[in-house]
Every structure is written in structure tokens, then in C-alpha cells.
Write a protein that binds this ligand. Sequence first.
Ligand SMILES: Cc1cc2nc3c(=O)[nH]c(=O)nc-3n(C[C@H](O)[C@H](O)[C@H](O)COP(=O)(O)OP(=O)(O)OC[C@H]3O[C@@H](n4cnc5c(N)ncnc54)[C@H](O)[C@@H]3O)c2cc1C
Length: 359
Amino acid sequence: MTADATDVVEHRRLIIAGTGISGLSAAIYAARSNNDPLIFEGDEPGGQLTLTTDVENYPGFPEGISGPELITNMKKQAQKFGAETKNGIIESVTPVGEGADRTFRVELKNGDVYTSDAFIAASGASARTLDIPGQEELMGYGLSTCATCDGAFFRDEKIMVIGGGDAAMEEANFLTKFASTVYIVHRREEFRAEDVWIDRTMEKVEAGEIELMLNTEAIELHGSKEDGMQSVTLVRHPEGHPTEKLDDPETEEFDFDVGAVFYAIGHTPNTEYLNELDVETDEEGYIITEGGRGAGQTKTGVDGLFAAGDVVDFHYQQAVTAGGMGSKAAIDADDYLEELDRARAAASAAEPATAESDD
Ligand SMILES: Cc1cc2nc3c(=O)[nH]c(=O)nc-3n(C[C@H](O)[C@H](O)[C@H](O)COP(=O)(O)OP(=O)(O)OC[C@H]3O[C@@H](n4cnc5c(N)ncnc54)[C@H](O)[C@@H]3O)c2cc1C
């Protein structure tokens, strides 16, 4: 594949995938370094923070700030320094050319093609699902992956939250605003969440607003588009992970009536558009960057490709850490682009001399 100049809408020094907090932090830094960044929004403009109402742990906002407001402010800040944001989902990124002439060909789903000298992948992660019977039919009809978006539809209903990490605790606590009772279904005995979230959840358990269903997993969802979620088939084993022990006589199976189910079982990193670059990922698809100490922590194994935020970070997955990593990616990209400028200047300075010696 070549970046035929005729089909290219525009060439930029730097293209960034994603307007979540990591992409926008990268954009602020890159714009202030005169790297003229173009940022594509993807299918979730503003990223995951637009799905949450209160962000209480982002430094600098003692009273908290809403996720959408934080993102809007950051977008304005990036644009103030010259960053450009565009609607568009990136379909593929391919390298074109060699050495100092190498560029990235960035093709959007609508067929538009851009090129860039450097690229920052800040494409975050998408909510994971269980892939059990009933899921496809009921998604959006009683099954959801976003409590803040859909919780209010299920006032006074029994609501089930599936998961055992921070997201599950946060979603369950939030859903107590609407639910008659929230049931947390978790496949193990212990939660993998921050202490503050476990403490808040246990307070609600004591108040009777949340019930815990531990060592339990959902295996089927029942309902219809017309009637919504009706019930869930669950399995329970005293030692946890019951779906791995379905034939064990200690595994019990039972149906439980609920009005809604929310998945809160983690995320899958959005990296499909990078398949043609052969960028190294871990077994779950998170991009592997240099990491460690000193400069170049956001470099990937592909020259000129940097990555930041939840698409890399499977562990911290926080606004402040994603933003911090975005700023590092912009600084690393700036170092790369400066070196590229020097290499190109040296190559063009060498050209006339070569031409003369040919005469
Ligand atoms: C409900 C909820 C509440 C949360 N609350 C908090 C909180 O209170 N405090 C906190 O610190 N963290 C919170 N988080 C976590 C925080 O939102 C994430 O860690 C953070 O948003 C990650 O930022 P990111 O920029 O890496 O990725 P994301 O926010 O996931 O953004 C990814 C961006 O990439 C774009 N994209 C994806 N694929 C493509 C493509 N092919 N082409 C172009 N663009 C693409 C998307 O459209 C999106 O704009 C919460 C998360 C959720 C879901």
C-alpha cells in the first residue's frame, strides 16, 4: 500500500488516535511544542470519562468535576494551542517509505487518508462482555455496560452488577440511587478493588442497599426486547470460579429475578486499527511500550509510534495516570520528530554535493 499523494487529504507532523484524557493531554503538550497535532475522536468522543458524572480524584478539583466538563475543558485547552480535533474512526495505520522518509498512512473508516511523521495511539479500552446466551438480544434492553448512562431507566428495580473490581463497586454504589436492591455477582470470594470502594460498598451492604453474591457467575440472561430483563441463571461454587466447575456436585445452579444487569468486568484495549503495524501487545492486546525510567517510556517497537493511557495501562486505568502518560507520549514524539528533522536536513544538505559529483 502506498500513500499516493493524490488520495491524501493532508499530511501532519503528528496524528493522535483518541480524544480521551490521554489523547487530549498529548494534544496539549504536542500543540505547545509546535507539532501541529491532529486528533481523531473515534466512536467515543471524549472517551470513558464522558460516561461518568463525578470525578472526585482528579487533582486540582477539591469539589470534584464532572467527566464531560473535564474533557470539554481539556479539549478547549488543546485547541487554544492549535491542536485540531476531527470526527473520524481510524481503520488502519500503515508505514510507508523507509528511514527518514518513512511516514504513517492513516486511513479512516469513511475512506479518507491522512499521513503523519509520528503517531500516538491513545485509543483507550472498551467495556468487556461475557458472551452468554441472551446477551445479544438484551443489550440495550435491560443489559448495559454503563451504569451512569442507563441506571436511571431502572428505578425501583432489582439490579445486578457483574464484576469485582473498582468499576463494579463504583457502578453498584451509583446504582443504589435507583435500584430497590443492587446485587453484586462476583466469581471469587475477594474483591479486586480499591479499599475506599470496598468500604463504601460494605456500608451499603450493611444498610441493606447492596447484597453480595460471591463465588457466583451468570451463565444465561432471560427476557425479551419487549419485556426487558426478567431473570439470570447463576451458578455458585463454594470455592469460586463456578463456570470452571460445572460438573462438580458442589456447584449449584439457580435462576434469579432482576430488572436489569450491568456488566462491569473490565475492558478490551482498542488496537485493531494497528494490526498492519505489527506493534507488540500482551496476551490481552494491551500495547507494550518501553516503560521503565528516563526518556522514551511511551515508545513502542515501531519507530515513530507511541502509545499512552488505557490502551497500554491495564493496571492503573485512571484519568490522572492516562493523562500523565499522554503528556509523556507527546514529549517522546517531540524528541523523535526533532531527530527526524535533523536527519531530513542532513539528507537534503547532502543532495547537491552528490549531484555535483555525478557531473
Ligand atoms: C464509568 C467510568 C467512570 C470512571 N471514573 C473515573 C474516575 O472517577 N476517576 C478516574 O481517575 N478514572 C475514572 N475512570 C477511568 C478513566 O475514565 C480512564 O482511565 C480514562 O478515561 C482512560 O483514558 P484514555 O484516554 O486512555 O482512554 P479513553 O477514555 O478510553 O478514550 C479513548 C479514545 O480513543 C478513541 N478511539 C478508540 N478507537 C479509535 C480509533 N480506531 N480511531 C480513533 N479514535 C479511537 C475513542 O473514541 C476515545 O475518544 C472511569 C471510567 C469509567 C468507564
